[in-house]
Structure formats: structure tokens, C-alpha cells
Design a binder for this molecule. Structure first.
Ligand SMILES: Cc1cc2nc3c(=O)[nH]c(=O)nc-3n(C[C@H](O)[C@H](O)[C@H](O)COP(=O)(O)OP(=O)(O)OC[C@H]3O[C@@H](n4cnc5c(N)ncnc54)[C@H](O)[C@@H]3O)c2cc1C
Length: 290
């Protein structure tokens, strides 16, 4: 069985935050995952799953044995196709799934082009862009419930889909496999072009030199964009420790020089406070603090 070792989580989070975890498992299949969870259930009080690590803030430099990390990126990767239905393991990079769907002339996922991370992470977050949320194309999701040691199937209707929110943020089950239903396209070159355009727009408008984890906040109910709010408040390039509000996109915090989780969280708090006090706008964190 895969044994837990003290692990530096730096390569497993897109902010490139340095954090030592006393207990981290990197299972390669579901049986190793089950073993890992069984061996931690007595000691660890908290199990944290990391997929691509592109939407998390590691708040501490050190996690003792009470927190058990499960890193899913080495789990079996597969996408099985049956016409316009596919089943992907949660460790598959979302971009690989999108590319295969385009190659098969299926539409539905093309507007998610450029969102980093795994399919499992995208389902947990209900990731989306350009008016599309990934749950719209889900048939069902297979999970592992570590408490009752059993596998469950959630239909699309059971996902409690909301903007960047899903039932898995509440029930803490581990996402194993996802089935999608896509739509055959008569104009596959259009979807491929849409994906290319979105990728090129992302490359132009989002920070990619410094490590980051995408939008810090959900889009406010007012419809204002966080980037525009920060621009209006003159907060771009504002810095705490090694963390800075990106000058390219004011909704992103970037790690410009060995930031730690507290730098990022404190900066996010400052952004929230400024938006509330100066524009009466409530900002809700999208990124997951661990
Ligand atoms: C440059 C950049 C651009 C981005 N653009 C977008 C965008 O346009 N739209 C958008 O929605 N997001 C965007 N994001 C955020 C992020 O990429 C998505 O939320 C992504 O879907 C997260 O996937 P992940 O595998 O990295 O999840 P992680 O960051 O690893 O985890 C996120 C959460 O999901 C949980 N989780 C992950 N895998 C599993 C699993 N198998 N079972 C149970 N829980 C799990 C984790 O515990 C954590 O709470 C962007 C990020 C970056 C860095």
C-alpha cells in the first residue's frame, strides 16, 4: 500500500505555496485510495482532497497528522466514450477531456477551454466560464464516501448545482468518476474555433507569469466584476508580503515572491473590506482555504 510521508505540497498547488504535510497519500487507484482512507480514519480528523490544486489556498506552512491529504493526480486516468456519452475518471485534466470532446466533434464543453485542474475539481467547484457551468453536461457522478466506506452515484439532479457550488462541498465525498452527455455537432470547426479564441483571450488577459489560483472571489451579485472593482479602488498591485493583486486582472492575487497562505488570505480580506466599505459590495471567496 501507498504509505504516507511528510510531503511538501508546493508542487500540488498553483499558488506555489510551500507547506509541509505530515500525512499525504498519492494513491494510484481506488483500492489504494480506500486503503489510505481506512488507515487514516482513526488518526486524522480531517481529510483534504487535492486535484490539480488550482483553486486552493494552503493557509498553514505545516499540517500535522490530524490532517490527511489525498492527492488524486496519480489516480488512474481514463475517458471511455460511447457515442456522445463519456465517463472520465476524476484525475483526468479538464483540458484533456475538452480536447477529446472536440476531436470527437461533440459540443458542450468548449467554453471551458483554459480552465486548469482536474475533472474532479471542476465538478466539486461546478467550474464554469462564459455562461456555462460544467454540471450542465453531467449525467451522474460516482463518489466514495469515506465515512460509510461505500460508493455512491449522484444523478445530475442531486448535485445541488449552483454558481461555483455543489453538494460535494457539503457532503465531503470523494469524486471518483463522472459521466457526461454531450451533443453531436454539425459545425465542429465552430466549437474548435470557440475554444481557440477563448484560450487566446485567457492568455492575453489573465496573469500567467506569477503563480495564482484564478479568481479569488465569486462574481458579486451586483454583476460588477471584481477586477473592475479593484481597478476603480486603485488597488491593483497592492501587496502584502509576497502576495500582490495582479495588475493584469484585479480579481487575481499572484504570488510574486515566496508568499505564504496568510499573505494571500490577508490580502483577500483587505479586498473584501475595501469593496464593502467603499462600494457597499459583498465579495465572497471562491478559492478554498485549507
Ligand atoms: C489561471 C486560472 C484560471 C482559472 N479560471 C477559472 C474559470 O474560468 N472558471 C472556474 O470556474 N475556475 C477557474 N479557475 C479555478 C480552478 O481552475 C477550477 O476551480 C478548477 O476546476 C479546480 O480544479 P482542481 O482539480 O485544480 O481542484 P483543486 O484546486 O485541487 O480543489 C478544489 C476543491 O475541490 C476539491 N476536490 C478536488 N478534487 C476532488 C475530488 N476528486 N473529490 C472531492 N473533492 C475534490 C478540493 O478538496 C478543493 O476543495 C482558474 C484557475 C486558474 C489558476
Amino acid at each position: 500500500m501507498n504509505t504516507p510521508k511528510p510531503t511538501n505540497l508546493l508542487p500540488y498547488n498553483s499558488y506555489s505555496l510551500c507547506a509541509i504535510a505530515e500525512q499525504a497519500y498519492i494513491p494510484t487507484n481506488t483500492s489504494e485510495l480506500e486503503d489510505a482512507l481506512a488507515s487514516t480514519s482513526s488518526g486524522a480528523s480531517k481529510v483534504i482532497v487535492i486535484g490539480g490544486g488550482t483553486n486552493i489556498i494552503l493557509s498553514k506552512p505545516y499540517y500535522d497528522k490530524r490532517t490527511c491529504f489525498i492527492i488524486t493526480t496519480s489516480m488512474d486516468r481514463y475517458i471511455h466514450w460511447n457515442g456522445c456519452i463519456c465517463t472520465a475518471s476524476s484525475s483526468v485534466p479538464l483540458q484533456a477531456l475538452i480536447q477529446e470532446s472536440l476531436d470527437k466533434k461533440l459540443k458542450g464543453l468548449e467554453k471551458l477551454a483554459g480552465i486548469p485542474g482536474t475533472v474532479g475539481g471542476a465538478i466539486f467547484m461546478n467550474a464554469g466560464a462564459y455562461g456555462i457551468d460544467i454540471h450542465q453536461h453531467v449525467l451522474d457522478v460516482k463518489t466514495y464516501d469515506p465515512t460509510n466506506k461505500k460508493y455512491n452515484i449522484f444523478s445530475k439532479e442531486q448535485l445541488k448545482s449552483n454558481y461555483r457550488s455543489s453538494i460535494f462541498q457539503v457532503n465531503k465525498e470523494i469524486i471518483i468518476e463522472i459521466s457526461f452527455k454531450l451533443t453531436p455537432s454539425n459545425t465542429p470547426e465552430c466549437e474548435a474555433e470557440t475554444a481557440r479564441e477563448i484560450l487566446s483571450r485567457r492568455n492575453r488577459t489573465l496573469p500567467h507569469i506569477f503563480p495564482n489560483a484564478g479568481s479569488v472571489f465569486k462574481r458579486p451579485a451586483s454583476g460588477l466584476r471584481v477586477g473592475e472593482i479593484m481597478e476603480a479602488l486603485g488597488m491593483k498591485r497592492f501587496r502584502i508580503g509576497g502576495a500582490m493583486i495582479s495588475d493584469l486582472h484585479g480579481g487575481f492575487i499572484v504570488n510574486i515572491s515566496q508568499a505564504n497562505g496568510c499573505d494571500i488570505i490577508n490580502l483577500a480580506e483587505l479586498m473584501k473590506k475595501a469593496a464593502r466599505e467603499k462600494l457597499n459590495t459583498h465579495l465572497e471567496l471562491e478559492q478554498i482555504i485549507i
